[in-house]
Ligand binder design. Sequence first.
Ligand code: CP
Length: 304
Amino acid sequence: VNHLLGIKDLNSRDIQLIFETADHFKEVINRPIKKVPSLRDITIANLFFENSTRTKLSFELAEKRLSADVINFSASQSSVKKGETLIDTVNNILSMKVDMVVMRHPNPGACVFLSQHVNASIINAGDGAHEHPTQALLDSYSIRERLGKVQGKNVVIVGDILHSRVALSNIFALQLQGANVMVCGPKTLLPKYIDKLGVKVETNLKKALEWCDVANMLRVQNERMDMTYFPSTREYTQQYGVNRALLNSLDKEITIMHPGPINRGVEITSDVADSKQAIILEQVQNGVAIRMAVIYLLASKIKH
Ligand code: CP
């Protein structure tokens, strides 16, 4: 396959190969000269139809570290605003001899649709509430780095599971690697199909934290929310926010993750987010090596 559309399309060997390749690139980007010449013959377009800080910058940096030529497209400053379609937009970009497209889009399935209609390698940088595969890969890679392995670990994903592409991609990735996965959140923020995903479900945060080795704290995605479904922010924080007192009440030290952006004081307090127990900035740092690995492995299949 010449695309990375979702973790659903990968197997455990694919993930292992991506991690081994990322191990190499992590060593490269810690050298004084952080670049390799591998992709001098490749041009990549980053298409962002939705806001991003980490994913956008991380992909761009990964591409530059691989010596690819890079162009950046932000829908809000483009002719999409004049009514141009997604396929016309992408085909115009591809006519300028672009080999690979990294796309974030608010519609679930937008990357699959694009992959069926244009002649380029597509990487999904997040499509609505569907998948965010490179986030799940960097998350598992960061667990592997902190705890030695992913297999057999108990991982709980806490919060707004209903609107979260990070949750879905993480569930698939963690299960492929033999982790035990739980989701925890208010019933109104769990999808109806949760029982079909083979995960444990817990609505009590304290019980979930007592069970887990790793807690991945998600932001409540107010921008995707019908507010009638949602408890007030204060209620949410009381029931599903992680804070120092709660962590101290456990009989072990768990690892805390967050994909960002953080709403400090809502799903996580600053004293937890900024503590050594949290690997939030390690996740961001690992994102560059993971994205270098994904781009490098896909680019190796492009024929000029
Ligand atoms: N984790 C993540 O996708 O962050 P951004 O929305 O800032 O890219």
